[in-house]
Design a binder for this molecule. Sequence first.
Ligand SMILES: Cc1ncc(COP(=O)(O)O)c(C=O)c1O
Length: 375
Amino acid sequence: MELFDVYPRFNVTPEKAQGATIYDTNGEMYLDMYGGHGVISVGHQHPDYVVALEQQLKKISFYSNSVLMPLQEELASKLGKVSGYENHLLFLCNSGAEANENALKVASFFNRKKKVIAFKNSFHGRTGAALNITDNPSLSSALNQQNFPVEFVSLNNEQAFLAVADHTVSSVIVEGIQGVGGLDYPNDEFLVFLKKWCDKNDALLILDEIQSGFGRTGKFFAHQHSSIEADIVTVAKGMGNGFPVAGLLIHPKIKASYGMLGTTFGGNYLACTAAIAVIDIIEKEKLITNATQLGNHLSKELSLISSIKKVKGKGLMMGVEFDFPIKELRNKLLSNSKIFTGSSSNPNLLRILPPLSVNEQEVNYFIEQLKLNLS
Ligand SMILES: Cc1ncc(COP(=O)(O)O)c(C=O)c1O
């Protein structure tokens, strides 16, 4: 059997990795400034992460959600503390799209409404409802025709929002910082406005922190650069540092009932172990501070490069915008300098999402090589 060929791929075969370094099958060394779409948070094969998973694997790796699993409670408690969302409740699932599906569903169970307001350039996943609130019709099949009303509004535009906002809105969903869409984000004032509007109109505000969460932007969640608390926060990517795990943090005003949500694999022993190890490492190694400091350093150095039009994002979630398409530059960075970077739906924007454990020397190497490939 051959693979169903849906991914354009670089001609590189990673074989092992450590921290922000990847080694391919030819023993060639690469600097990972992209973390495989922002998934690698605490660094590849962090020793504490590896030991935790190894030990758990020797004990028990799976049973269904029909038994008691103290690891889930331990994860919920640690995640509540580290994120400041101690009173919210945790539902565990497997991927970002699944987290957003469930978030929309929880909102609709809560207020029995179904219209959703999302934002221009949003990306929330490739499954049914998550795809309908993703602003990219080219990803949709005939089957994915809207089965609930969705409006896409420009970020930070209160008038545009009010023009489509009415009493039928169940939820408003926004990324902490847009990833795939190109690093734009809702400002503090707009988030406060959205939260107030939702509270007044019996709608829920969902923050998609799947890419921007888990410390990436220098706060645990990107929306915590602002003063609001979301009704639901969705998490995935950096949560498991490569182990598939995702979740929803749900406001306690939303009451759970048996059967409301469910999953076979979600919250399994290995997934919880991976996520707990990630939180422990983030705290022990002060990786959120590292994200702020190295993000500031990177942003300052990049803004001195004359061919760069704009540096976007926060912490270690960064977009570097040029006035030309970055495809060739990205290829050059990989082949000449052995550096992985990312793209976005803006063809002129290079996306930078290194492990939060990246060090100054690695960041400086990236800056130096970027300059060389631009000259
Ligand atoms: C903001 C955001 N939401 C949701 C998703 C979907 O996550 P997954 O690919 O795990 O389904 C992504 C993936 O890139 C994302 O960046």
